[in-house]
Design a protein around this ligand. Sequence first.
Ligand SMILES: [Zn+2]
Length: 305
Amino acid sequence: MFSVDETLHSSRQKTADLVPSRYALSIGEIDALVVSDGVLPLPASTMATNADPADLANWLKRMYMPPDKFDWPLNVMVARSGAQTILIDAGLGGQFAGFPRAGQFPQRLDAAGIDLESVTDVILTHMHMDHVGGLLVPGVKERLRPDVRIHVARAEVEFWISPDFSHTVMPNPVPEVLRATATSFYNEYRDQLRIFETSHEVAPGVTVRLTGGHTPGHSVVDLVSGGERLMFAGDAMFPVGFDHPDWQNGFEHDPEEATRVRIGLFQELVKTGGLLTAAHLPFPSVGRVALDGDVYRWVPVIWDF
Ligand SMILES: [Zn+2]
């Protein structure tokens, strides 16, 4: 289990951080830690671009949510397997002024006692700004080891050379910022990239695999050890996806393929009974998926304090 450096537990931090931003668990021999990067307030319509607005309004009402804005949680994960420390996604960083409550990953990693210097590998589920932006925060690259390996699918790197936004529904200026951030990330880290085709075992029991859908190179990460398993599913599913897996998200570059991927992963999770964590499910975003008639049900774990 991750241990916290006592020197980081100053009374100042205790009072400044009343809401926890990290949740640790073990998957067999693998230590895993979910860290919150904050939340992204987005127009509610972006999570159901093909739904009847009345159906979306009903869903939001049933969830006790306001009708127009929906806070997307934003989670990253750290895994330790053998001698490797693996960061899975990196949060928003300072890439978008419209999301001032996100981008907290560097200081929250510090608060969790994880040194950037100890990270041997970074896995990116995809290159949207809320997943790579943290790597562009001033000082982060300088603290990462020069030989850090950043694993990303070939299809993702190639997509961002000339990205297609024609099937997306995003508020402005999000597409331009996504494009600029992916380009900055590539230019900054091209020498560290370890590009994989369809899957790659990054460390014992830690495997990234291509799913496509959300973006052409979107990938999920499986942690498997000692008969236990957890999938970090990136942006394959959002909170609304359990009740309405066919509702398309405005950030999906191929919404029909993204729906097939989402349903396929839900079915897989129902079958395996493995744990699910996803970038935009409510923190700490650790639970299982049950089949409930035609829809899916999120079954959160009981916190193990
Ligand atoms: Zn995202």
